[in-house]
Design a protein around this ligand. Structure first.
Ligand SMILES: *Cc1c(COP(=O)(O)O)cnc(C)c1O
Length: 417
């Protein structure tokens, strides 16, 4: 091991604390130190290269070190790195907001509230949904309806909507009142009292990510929209994972032509370059925050609408057009389905795919072992329990997709030998 790698690992073990990580186990191993990226590839500090099999925790879209994205940041850096959005506008935030709204039919999602990450995008939607009711004569509607096993982030509000017991249970009583349902049928059977106390339903459209990549039944989103309309409950779509092409269309809601009342985006917004998020909403919601000053939305973060983030987000949307990213993705999605279909191994319990997102459920106890073995075959990813996540950057080539799936096959053969 190189001297500097050794030094970084020592400092990590001595001073760093990692997300979602049992640190006692972490300290017994030697983590990879990632130092460089190019396209769908990452390099560690020892010079070994790996396919970025989970798009750097579901964020990367057009690859690493992407020339157009790099250039956008450099260009903005020459002007200014950050200015306050509190009391001031900035050029690229104006352009980005316009561009994001333009991805939806005119007169639907018209307003963009910027924040920092998926959790804060959800936090904003929740607070807006509650305050909207206060200002439209239904202040008793403070609850939310969410789905079991859902994941919407880790800040206190967003975590209240989370249905994963290990992550969320211990903070449950500190959060917002939430009614959990298993699916659309359970929703239809909710007592009307519970509905009248709820301001919004929150869902990860098409597929629940953290719940081991579990897709919803086809047409479910449409039915949910109709149910929300019938009961005057707002629909919050958490497209933090599904946004920006992951499911094969720009947004998951485009598959069923559903327009939510709030749309939360983050991870892929900047192509996976910078922490930045947005909550999009309708003119109707926005209008309820006009009038006297106490009706304003008193919420914000210091780095809201950070110009570097806006610059790279705009560049990413531009690349979707110049590179025809979604068009080129279609054959890749089919190829992935075909290759995963051929991944016949007794340890594979189920394969779930939604667009370019896949979860390969392995026999109990194999998730972590298999992912560690995949590193030896040049693929970097992380399991959710025993489900291996395969979520490659959209720029991944067909040859690289083949490599990724064969790395999974080889790793499986090895850990089950
Ligand atoms: C990652 C994720 C979040 C939280 O986003 P952060 O940027 O990690 O705060 C929320 N919802 C979904 C569906 C996610 O995948």
């Amino acid at each position: 091991m190189r001297e500097d790698t050794r030094r970084w690992i020592e400092a990590d073990k001595k001073h760093c604390w990692h997300p979602f990580t049992p640190q006692g186990i972490w300290e017994q191993g030697d983590p990879l130190v990632l130092t460089r990226g190019e396209g769908a590839w990452l390099w560690d500090s020892e010079g070994r290269k790996y396919l970025d099999g989970n798009s750097s925790i579901w964020t990367n879209i057009h690859g690493h070190h992407q020339p157009a994205l790099d250039a956008a940041i450099t260009r903005q850096l020459a002007a200014v790195a950050h200015t306050s959005y509190l009391g001031f506008a900035n050029p690229l935030a104006s352009e980005l907001a316009e561009r994001l709204c333009g991805l939806f039919p005119g007169g639907t999602l018209e307003r963009v509230f910027f924040s920092d990450d998926g959790s804060t995008a959800i936090e904003c939607a929740m607070k807006m949904a509650i305050q909207y009711r206060q200002q439209t004569g239904e202040p008793e509607r403070i609850g939310f309806i969410a789905f079991e096993q859902a994941y919407h982030g880790d800040t206190m509000g967003a975590a209240s909507l989370g249905g994963v017991a290990r992550f969320h249970e211990r903070f449950r009583k500190h959060g917002t009142p939430v009614t959990f349902v298993t699916g659309i049928e359970a929703l239809r059977h909710l007592p009307s009292e519970a509905i009248r106390q709820s301001c919004a339903v929150v869902i990860e459209p098409l597929i629940q990510g953290v719940n081991e990549m579990r897709p919803w039944p086809k047409g479910m989103l449409c039915e949910l929209r109709a149910w929300c309309d019938a009961h005057e409950v707002h629909l919050i779509l958490d497209e933090v994972m599904t946004g920006f092409g992951r499911t094969g269309k720009m947004f998951a809601c485009h598959h069923e032509e559903v327009i939510p009342d709030f749309l939360c985006v983050a991870k892929g917004l900047t192509g996976g370059y910078m922490p930045m998020a947005a909550t999009l909403t309708t003119g109707e919601v926005y209008d309820a925050f006009l009038g006297p000053a106490e009706n304003a939305f008193y919420y914000g973060h210091s780095y809201t609408a950070n110009p570097l983030g806006c610059a790279v987000a705009l560049a990413s949307l531009e690349v979707f057009e110049t590179e025809r990213t979604l068009e080129k993705l279609e054959p890749k999605i089919s190829l992935l389905a075909e290759l995963l279909g051929d991944l016949k191994h007794p340890a594979v319990k189920a394969v779930r795919q939604c667009g370019f997102v896949a979860g390969i459920e392995l026999a109990e106890g194999l998730g972590t072992k298999a992912c560690l073995a995949m590193r030896e075959h040049g693929l970097l990813t992380r399991p959710i329990r025993d489900t291996v996540v395969l979520m490659l950057p959209l720029c991944t080539t067909e040859e690289e997709i083949r490599m990724a799936v064969s790395a999974i096959g080889e790793a499986l053969a090895r850990v089950t030998a």
